[in-house]
Design a protein around this ligand. Structure first.
Ligand code: GKR
Ligand code: MG
Length: 423
């Protein structure tokens, strides 16, 4: 079997004005949809970031995969590496923090990871097995996700933005309302609060209100390194006993290690352990105790399984990070999580915030807080070409080529200045 063509289609998906440490989400989030077609007519699917540096890299690499066997993952890795080292793929081009946890220096891992998912999907389809089987077999069929709560504005300045049904969420009462809707709708059994956006005392009061409203739901808070070490220690004392884990409150691995020494709280990250060099330093420092994996920047599904094995070896917990995404990413995350025994925390997902979809049959079901992986071949999903075309046209029209939460915030609050840590 040989690869005969590779298509990369950038799309723009509607996204509500969600607040975070870097600003606010723009009305559209960008994704790239990847299709790898083999000479037997089968197509493998992938989904990744759609920002210009990554998209440019994907477009530079894609034709170099033609002629390879879909099973030749080393060949694909060489093609990505060659494009990167020739300077052809400028995927590391952006230097400032435009969005929390964007891992700007992970170009090669992002590019390879994006193609690897589509190659693994194609392999599994050609064997007639589900992707989780190719990854070692499912240890769970129902993959739990957490309710990912955000403070948010009611609407956006851009006329193109359709106001969403979630409304304004800037107070503890409103965040409890958001949690209730999300849990009623999807049955989530744990809750993550995106913080670092409002005054810390409002965010602490919100977490406490969530604890009162959902006493049996494990709770996490994630300020994306927007709190100083002193603020993080003060808040750790206020939240003691309320948290399942404390995610990236303060900047840097050293800062997190000091925080852990001072409080003893379990710390989690998708910001300071994002590659194996940082993993090694973390083991030496005992900075964080739980690593949030993400196949989109860890270099694909198999590299994330290596991370899982490393976490197991060094006694670290494993959870899963998310950015705004659609169903191909959700299914890749779910098949991976199904096949990783030590992924024992509910995974993050932005999926409930996205109304759009590129899949036949529309949105993927989340029931009882879980996505179910079946025995359908590969990822178990098919592209809806009309939906893909419409979202690609929106990409061409919307004018966004690079996520920039800070610039979006300044459109809404001209006096707002980027600063980290802010509190
Ligand atoms: O979408 O605003 C967001 C998140 O803050 C995202 O950028 C983070 O990467 O969800 C992520 C996280 O857990 O840090
Ligand atoms: Mg995080």
């Amino acid at each position: 079997m040989k690869i005969v063509s590779v298509r990369v289609t950038p799309i723009a998906i509607s996204d509500p004005p969600l607040l975070n440490a870097s600003g606010v989400h723009e009305p559209f989030a960008l994704r790239s949809i990847i299709e790898i077609e083999a000479d037997n007519g089968l197509i493998g699917l992938g989904e990744t970031y759609g920002d210009k540096p990554v998209l440019d890299g994907l477009l530079q690499v894609k034709d170099h995969l033609v002629g390879l066997s879909p099973f030749d993952l080393n060949g694909a890795a060489r093609a990505v590496h060659a494009a990167q080292s020739s300077g052809a793929a400028p995927a590391n081009a952006v230097e400032i923090d435009l969005a929390p946890g964007s891992q700007l220096d992970k170009a090669e891992q992002k590019l390879f990871g994006a193609f690897e998912v589509a190659l693994l999907d194609l392999q599994a389809r050609s064997l007639g097995v589900p992707l989780h089987e190719l990854l070692g077999g499912a240890v769970r069929r129902q993959v739990p996700f957490s309710a990912y709560l955000f403070f948010k504005f009611a609407s956006d300045v851009d006329p193109s933005y359709r106001p969403d049904s979630w409304g304004e969420v800037l107070t503890p009462e409103q965040i409890v309302g958001q949690a209730r809707t999300m849990i009623d709708r999807y049955g989530f059994g744990s809750i993550k609060l995106k913080a670092g956006a409002l005054e810390p005392d409002v965010e602490v009061a919100s977490l406490k209100a969530l604890k009162r409203a959902f006493p049996n739901h494990p709770l996490r808070i994630d300020p994306n390194a927007n709190w100083s070490l002193d603020t993080s220690i003060r808040i750790a004392r206020e939240l003691e006993g309320d948290l399942e884990y404390y995610e990236d409150p303060t900047p840097g691995l050293e800062g997190m290690a000091q925080l852990h020494r001072a409080t003893g709280l379990p710390l989690a990250t998708n910001m300071v352990v994002t590659g194996m060099d940082e993993f090694r330093r973390n083991v030496a420092l005992n900075g964080v105790q739980i690593v949030l994996s993400d196949h989109h920047y860890w270099g694909g599904l198999r590299a994330t399984q290596t991370l899982a094995a490393m976490c197991d070896t060094f006694g670290l917990g494993l959870s899963m990070h998310s950015n705004s995404h659609l169903g191909i990413s959700l299914m890749a995350m779910s098949h991976l999580a199904a096949a990783v025994p030590n992924l024992t925390y509910a995974c993050d997902t932005h999926y409930p915030w996205q109304d759009d979809e590129v899949l036949k049959g529309g949105k993927i079901n989340i029931e009882g807080g879980c996505v179910t992986v079946t025995d359908a071949p590969g990822l178990g999903v098919e592209l809806d070409r009309d939906a893909l075309r419409a979202l690609h046209e929106r990409y061409l029209e919307c004018g966004i080529t690079q996520r920039n939460d800070a610039a979006q915030m300044r459109k809404l609050r001209p006096e707002w200045i980027a600063k980290k840590p802010r509190y």
